[in-house]
Design a protein around this ligand. Sequence first.
Ligand code: NDP
Length: 444
Amino acid sequence: MSYVDEIYTRVVEQNPGEPEFHQAVKEVLDSLRLVIDANEEIYRNAALLERLVEPERIISFRIPWVDDAGKVQVNKGYRVQFNSAIGPYKGGLRLHPSVNQSILKFLGFEQVFKNSLTGLPIGGGKGGSNFDPKGKSNREVMAFCQSFMTELSKYIGADQDVPAGDIGVGGREIGYLYGQYKRMTGLYEGVLTGKGLTYGGSLARTQATGYGLVYILDEMLKHNGKELAGKTVVISGSGNVAIYATEKAQQLGAKVVALSDSNGYIYDKDGIKLDIVKQIKEVRRGRIKEYVKEVPTAVYTEGKGIWTVPCDIALPCATQNELNLEDAKSLKSNGCFAVAEGANMPSTREATDFFLENGMLFMPGKAANAGGVATSALEMSQNSQRLSWTFEEVDAKLKDIMVNIYAKTADAAKRYGVEGNYVAGANIAGFEKVAEAMMAQGVV
Ligand code: NDP
């Protein structure tokens, strides 16, 4: 049995009941086969893969808090400190009822390679709780965050582990978590990213994931003899990533004709008016269908179906598994030639295979949405320096990082004989740096 297959079998046996983690390990290891086969003896002797698939540490704890009715509630809390070979653990905190150890291990494992690709010194981690902030009062969210951080503060630090936001953790939650960390430790340090601008946050962090997505898309197009200007683009979602991907695509001369939310999608043949979308989503927190009230020439369609809108380029920016094989076929038959993922794992495995087998340009989320975590790392740098950079400085650094991620991804694919396969390229490039650092640091 090959080393890769041996390790995958071992992961399934030793981590029962963790299907998401098994799936992530399989997807990554499958695309690393070429590299691992080429270095099998060295890696086997160092048990490199055995160490790579085992988190350095998982901290799991109870989070007791009191609700508005005076009742004591108890949630589960976790921090998965997956790999610190190239820097302090870095990765978001997710607050959602679906959170469990398997999901956090899958996200933490993926994060190791994404963070490595940014070229910045950040290891991989992920954490969270099965607490659901939806429908809770501000006081309840604060009580929960304070209890969560009371325990978590023992295990994190600016040079040790730097969590950020993720689903259910936005500016409000980061603020409450930061306040409690400071209170528990007496330290005013960059222990969390995504902070408010008045207490250590970075300019351009809000825009970073969407802007970064379009920077790497632009780079991929240029290297394949195409350009973004004048192209028709469809973007799913209308949250943080979708809004700022739309903004940057429009600045670079593309026409974005569709956006969605979990209820349906809008089509505006004249190009989306982003100021209206921002009013609806960022100010009023409304639904995307409200757009057609203000732009009567636009059309709203209830339900899924955004991928049936003809376009040159598709940017899935909503959620996992939102684009399946049927959607991929529909995009292709309507003339779409490039897809870049703003969301985490929005395309199913079958859709990804279809893009690759049909000669479409496809940039996976691990590379394409890394601008968010990269800018979080820039926030860490500013905190260490006790300085704030201008928007333009951060944006220029973000652009450089995305251009470099493209170069590393394309180069790794080419070196291993799969030119143009950016899925393999991103996994290989991310793995190489982590593997080299782990080998250099001995058996730890
Ligand atoms: P938001 O919560 O701001 O927006 C998510 C958008 O997707 C909303 O418009 C939401 O609609 C829509 N959506 C959610 N579920 C579905 C669904 N089942 N079908 C259709 N639309 C849906 O999240 P972000 O923009 O921050 O994140 C989007 C994706 O990008 C996620 O996968 C996230 O993990 C990933 N990501 C985000 C980063 C960041 O910096 N923000 C960094 C890297 C990755 P509704 O309002 O109806 O729920």
